[in-house]
Design a protein around this ligand. Structure first.
Ligand code: IMP
Length: 484
């Protein structure tokens, strides 16, 4: 049976948790492949909302197994808090239902301190990334430096505690000498992590075998992405990214299986755009409209970070972002969440492209400095006033809402399979049966770029490929990126 990869198509917080929850009811195993507790998924079940940071969304579906994959970085104390929190409300979090890859890396208290200290230092020059301060960057740095601790070491709790003590002591040099920050108590960390290892030992598995066995047993595997395409370490707007692979390829490397198993790559996009942290955001709004999209914070679905509580930056939907996500991930289908939030607006806008120094830009620039200088070119569509929370059939949506969705799929070049019309589990419109349609090759027209026309003197090959300006970011920023 195949694997479905679920990715965020924007800057994270697209509502992947609720799409994962829907799909989880149809699979045997849900596996997260990257990131750590910087992620936050809210799953609504009636009046109860579950905030998950490390544990995959399938945990709230009885009978579904859940795996935290080898590409993740795990703060074991936070994991235990999450396990205990779920157990307290009656969710089965026993080792039979939840597993941790022995190859996942460990986030130590020193990683958290380093993350905070580095951000503090960068902020002095206005250069901060706006991280979640969960130690994600330092943990992946340790992994790449080949000095990290892996979850499998918890099989020997005392030796693991000693290793934590040594790792923290090592990082304390950097904390004190480079950042002038107070050191972390290495003995205290060692004691807490030894105790955590004793409890987490039964959860450790060989994740590659675990997934292989699921495939062999004919189970469908849902690979649950965290964050979003534009926060990908390689393909996002570096350095305003996270430190992991958030795009579809990360599912294969982070979990350890081959591409032949993949049947669908579903991108989740909000019907508008949001972003937390620093970095370019061309369609960002301010004032009453941004406040209207963000909500007051009273509801769990309002636009405030699940992990940090920070208000999210809000803006109109950005088509070049979706086109880029479609390309980078090989999206086969889109889930469009929170369409209901746009109800009641007189008009809705979508950025169909950008201009850079007045010239039209065809593709999303991959350089943050270039994107920061791009201005969106909007299409304005009529709004709709009706409450759509009870609509379950696409054709029952107000005409303007249908047109909006059709325009999104036209611009993205990917069909919209699911539409979210409210926060509850059943408040979705399913437009076609996803799982019966095994998608291997692309069966949807290529990205439709209808706005910018090529100039007569430029050959198609040059229009497509050329990105003038050389390799220096500042030089590139002062010229036109990949223009028509
Ligand atoms: P880090 O992952 O904590 O290092 O943060 C790096 C960037 O990714 C910051 O801009 C964060 O706000 C952003 N980020 C990390 N995790 C999430 C998430 O789950 N949703 C949205 N943004 C995130």
């Amino acid at each position: 049976m195949p694997a479905i990869i679920l990715v965020g198509a924007q800057w994270g917080d697209e509502g992947k948790g609720r799409v994962a929850d829907w799909l989880a009811g149809r699979v045997g195993l849900v596996a997260r492949w990257g990131g750590g507790d910087n992620a936050g998924h809210t799953v609504m079940l009636g009046a109860r909302s579950f905030k998950l940071h490390l544990i995959p969304s399938g945990i709230v579906r009885p009978g579904v197994r859940n795996l935290m994959g080898g590409g993740m970085v795990v703060n074991v104390l936070r994991l235990l808090e999450e396990i205990d929190g779920l157990a307290a409300v009656g969710v089965d979090v026993s080792p039979g239902r939840l597993a941790l890859a022995e190859t996942a890396h460990i986030v130590t208290p020193a990683h958290l301190a380093l993350d905070g200290a580095r951000e503090h230092g960068l902020a002095q020059d206005g250069q901060q990334i706006g991280t979640t301060k969960r130690g994600i960057g330092p943990a992946y740095t340790g992994k790449a430096r080949r000095s990290g601790l892996r979850a499998g070491e918890m099989r020997a709790p005392e030796a693991f505690g000693d290793a934590v003590k040594r790792a923290v002591a090592q990082d304390n040099h950097t904390l004190t000498a480079i950042y002038g920050a107070p050191p972390v108590d290495a003995d205290q960390a060692a004691a807490a992590y030894t105790e955590a290892a004793r409890r987490l030992k039964p959860y450790l598995v060989d994740a590659v075998r675990c997934i292989d066995e699921a495939f062999a047993a004919g189970e469908m595997v849902l690979c649950e992405g965290a964050q979003g395409t534009l926060l990908d370490l390689d393909h996002g707007h570096y350095p305003y990214v996270t430190s992991s692979t958030t795009t579809a390829g990360g599912a294969l490397t982070g979990l350890g299986f081959g591409p032949r198993h993949v049947s669908h790559v579903v991108g989740v996009a909000k019907a508008f755009s949001t972003r937390v942290g620093e970095g370019p955001f061309p369609t960002e709004l301010s004032g009453p409209l941004a406040d209207r999209l963000r909500g007051t914070g009273e509801n769990p679905w309002d636009e405030y970070g699940t992990t940090t509580g920070r208000p999210r930056r809000c803006g109109w939907l950005d088509a070049p972002v979706l086109q880029y996500a479609a390309r980078v991930n090989g999206l086969t289908d889109l889930a469009l969440t929170k369409l209901d939030v746009l109800s009641g607006l007189d008009a809705v806008k979508i950025a169909a492209g950008y201009t850079f120094d007045g010239a039209p830009v065809r593709d999303l620039p991959t350089d943050a400095a270039v994107l920061a200088r791009c201005a969106p070119v909007y299409e304005t569509l009529p709004g709709w006033s009706a409450d759509i929370g009870d609509v379950r059939i696409f054709e029952d949506l107000p005409r303007a809402a249908q047109d909006y969705v059709r325009r999104v799929e036209e611009l993205a070049g990917v069909p919209v399979w699911m539409i979210g019309v409210g926060p509850e589990r059943d408040q979705v419109i399913i437009r076609y049966p996803l799982l019966e349609r095994r998608t291997v090759a692309r069966d949807w027209p290529a990205v439709g770029w209808t706005w910018a026309k090529p100039t007569s003197h430029t050959t198609p090959a040059r229009r497509w490929n050329r990105c003038p300006g050389g390799s220096s970011p500042s030089r590139r920023a002062s010229r036109s990126p990949c223009l028509n």
